[in-house]
Design a binder for this molecule. Structure first.
Ligand SMILES: C[S@@+](CC[C@H](N)C(=O)[O-])C[C@H]1O[C@@H](n2cnc3c(N)ncnc32)[C@H](O)[C@@H]1O
Length: 288
């Protein structure tokens, strides 16, 4: 066993490197085979399919060393998306950096719920509060270019990545650096959509290898995990147009608290939707 974890030295082959990396990553990642293929593809500038089809392909000593460094950083918990600088979201290949949360598959539900409510042919205004990499704002604008989409975040470094993602797809999204809605004019938006930080501050997951490389301000939701959700629910009525809709992502055990907060802040027709794992993930309210 020890033998198989020893790095392959010098020039090597695709098959030998993949075999080594799968074993090296097995204790760290539930997707060690996929991680190994994505990282080797990135190190060599090749597609995953070309690696799988040609295990005998030669790899230089310099490329082998580069791949070893990537695998060791992955063993240390660095997300694959930070190592490659890319993450697919809603079928769009987005740039990410350690300044942005890595967009999660379950957040696609947030986008879907906005898209299914956007009236066809109506030029709606949509605000993404806490845009991060811009994943939600960019996905909505990409599917509905006729809508006016604004993304806000408190992090200037995250907004730079978001703006780059909008530009990559030629999308005219307006990016604003703001503490939630402080820098936003009132009464304009038909939709506010948000995936705010919602992890409880004492949740051990925050310091686990899986999350500790991601920005604390993108995850930490305060003592009960509800600080960001409270701020967005309390602030959204001012920026929403009459009968505007707020679409929120939250934690698996926060739906009841979020629905109560929505009700207290004047929202009605309140619904909660489950993600593909059957977990309460998105709650929606309409201004009365
Ligand atoms: C969970 S991340 C979501 C990022 C992205 N929307 C996504 O779904 O991948 C939350 C984002 O909210 C931002 N944020 C936290 N507090 C904020 C505040 N007071 N005002 C504006 N943005 C804030 C963080 O910088 C982070 O980018």
């Amino acid at each position: 066993m020890e033998q198989s974890l020893t790095p392959v030295a010098g020039a090597s082959s695709v098959g030998a490197l993949l075999d080594w990396a799968r074993r090296r990553l097995a204790s760290r990642s539930g997707s060690s085979g996929l991680d190994a293929e994505v990282l080797l593809g990135f190190a060599l500038g090749r597609s995953r399919s070309s690696l799988i089809g040609f295990p005998e392909l030669g790899v230089s000593a310099a490329e082998t060393a580069r791949f070893h460094r990537l695998v060791e950083r992955r063993v240390d918990g660095v997300p694959v998306a930070y190592l490659t600088g890319r993450r697919e979201f809603h079928s769009l290949a987005l740039n990410v950096s350690p300044a942005t949360l890595v967009p999660r598959p379950e957040t696609e539900l947030l986008v879907d719920k906005v898209l299914e409510r956007l009236a066809p042919g109506v030029r709606s205004w949509v605000l993404d509060a806490g845009a991060g990499s811009g994943a939600v704002a960019v996905a909505i604008k990409y599917r509905r270019p006729d809508c006016q989409v604004v993304g806000v975040d408190r992090s200037g470094a995250a907004l730079e990545i978001a703006a780059g993602n909008g530009a990559r797809f030629g999308l005219d999204v307006h990016w604003v650096r703001s503490d939630w809605f402080a820098g936003i004019a009132g009464g304009r938006f038909q939709f506010v959509v948000s995936n705010p930080p919602y992890v409880r501050r004492d949740d051990p997951a925050l310091t686990s290898p899986d999350l500790r490389h991601e920005p604390r301000e993108a995850l930490d939701g305060g003592a009960e995990g509800l600080d960001g959700l409270r701020a967005v629910i309390a602030g959204a009525p001012r920026v929403l147009a009459p009968r505007g809709t707020l679409v929120l992502e939250h934690g698996f055990d926060q739906a009841k608290a979020v629905r109560e907060l929505l009700n207290e802040c004047g929202f009605r027709v309140i619904e909660t939707h489950q993600d593909t794992a059957g977990i309460d993930r998105v709650s929606i309210g309409e201004l009365a």
